[in-house]
Design a protein around this ligand. Structure first.
Ligand SMILES: [Zn+2]
Length: 451
């Protein structure tokens, strides 16, 4: 068997790892490149070989940097099954149409305003391509051996990152390899802790926070401090958040603060149709999280769910203090941009980022202190407060990653460190070799390694 790193090598986004066993091919994750323009352009490059030659795709979880290229892969000729847990497939049925819609809208907008460099800009894929992609979906259970085309045996364990997120152990031709997928933190209020890795010859591990530790402060305390400060000065709080995962955790935190009367009774709005649908899925996939039916209802139903554009516009014009949760989480697009614009000039208000911000995104720019943002082709000055709630991340920190890998029952022959900015990936590589004594490397984009 061999592995080729077609994405998330030296960067966080675009997860695509190709396993080849003789002439059989399995692609693990099929993500979009996001963030810096030079990365986004990779979405438009030809796939390195005809996708029809791939037997199947395994998707570890629904986030677009692991799944958002699927419709394009199918459009380019991939014809096999797309394997994932049933919660992941349900989330993809929400996320992928939204991804296509955003691409189509941005293309239209660019055409109308004429700020595209292309004469006739086209989206990467359309809603129709997404529909076609759905016909390839195949659900996999937890810890049940499943044989994918080409003789790849797959077994999935909980990764504790978002609803349905899995780590995978894949065996073919007598060689085994574990993919961490994105790993969550221990003690998440909604998800079970990540399960330890299965014994395997090789491991591919993520390194989003490979050089960082989360603040030991309880996220409830951090959020409480921000909400009370902004509400005392009469501002609005806009929280850009991933519609899936972060949004539901934030709702749970805010609900807890309200229940314990630690913050004033501010109205809370969820302005993301996708987040609304994703939240409903928690009730359907009870085995994939820690809340019971009553807990789900209580934690999520207190917020007001905004659905149509009119209501969203009224919310932008609203002057009274309130909390607005909206997507996308790195402010790369979506309704949150309008909310950011609406509070940008108000020094009483706060934009509170709640997750990892990939280099090149508006979120990363703002968190780094840039106060002039380009949105919808125009520059906007940001005069309000900007903060980041890092301890509420859906990712394990460096010590969490080392602890997970350290639980592997036998020493792996090699560990591949992916899904991190170069400094984060390299810092984790060093810790793996120094603290665990495992041979570790950071593969380069396009690198192929014999297993
Ligand atoms: Zn993720």
């Amino acid at each position: 068997m061999n592995i080729t790193f077609l994405g998330a090598a030296g960067t966080v986004t675009g997860s695509r790892h190709l396993l080849e066993n003789g002439r059989n091919r399995l692609l693990v994750d099929c993500g979009l490149f996001q963030g810096l323009k030079q990365l986004r352009l990779r979405n438009w490059a030809d796939f390195p070989f005809p996708p029809a030659k791939i037997g199947s795709v395994l998707v570890t979880h629904a986030h677009l940097d692991h799944s958002g290229y699927l419709p394009k892969l199918v459009k380019e000729g991939f014809g096999g099954p797309i394997i994932a847990t049933s919660a992941t497939l349900d989330l993809l049925r929400i996320l992928l149409p939204d991804s296509a819609k955003l691409m189509e809208q941005e293309t239209e907008f660019a055409k109308r305003r004429g700020f595209s460099k292309h004469k006739n800009p086209k989206p990467l894929y359309t809603a129709r391509d997404v529909e076609k992609c759905f016909t390839h979906f195949k659900a996999a259970g937890w810890e049940q051996a499943l044989r994918a085309p080409g003789g790849f045996d797959i077994s999935l364990r909980h990764a504790g990152h978002i609803l349905g997120a899995a780590s995978a152990c894949i065996t073919a031709g007598g060689t085994s390899i574990v993919f961490s997928g994105d790993l969550g933190r221990h003690g998440d209020p909604l998800l079970a802790d990540p399960q330890p890795p299965a014994a395997a010859d090789y491991v591919v591990i993520e390194s989003t926070y490979g050089n960082r530790e989360h603040s030991p402060e309880d996220p409830l305390v951090t959020l409480e401090r921000h909400i009370n400060a902004v509400s005392a000065r009469g501002g609005k709080i806009v929280i850009p958040s991933f519609a899936v995962g972060r949004m539901q955790n934030l709702l749970w935190y805010i609900h807890e603060l309200l229940r314990q009367k630690r913050i004033p009774q501010l109205p809370v709005f969820v302005d993301s149709p996708m987040a609304t649908s994703a939240t409903q899925l928690y009730a359907l996939h009870a085995a994939d999280h820690c809340l019971d039916a009553g807990g789900c209802e209580e934690a999520f139903s207190f917020a007001h769910y905004v659905n149509d554009r009119d209501e969203s516009e009224k919310l932008q014009a609203r002057k009274e203090p309130c909390i607005i949760l909206s997507a996308s989480g790195m402010a790369t697009g979506g309704r949150v941009l309008h909310h950011i614009r609406s509070v940008a000039g108000d020094s009483r208000s706060l934009i509170l980022f709640a997750g990892f911000q990939a280099a090149g995104t508006r979120g990363a720019d703002l968190v780094a202190g840039n106060r002039r943002l380009k949105m919808h082709g125009e520059y906007v000055d940001i005069l309000c407060e900007v903060a980041q709630l890092e301890n509420a991340s859906a990712h394990a920190d460096a010590t969490g990653l080392i602890a997970w890998l350290g639980k592997i029952p036998k020493r792996p022959k090699k560990v591949f460190v992916v899904h991190g900015e170069p400094t984060a990936a390299d810092a984790l590589r060093r810790r793996i070799s120094e603290e665990l004594g495992f041979d570790a490397m950071v593969p380069e984009q396009g690198q192929r390694v014999e297993l």
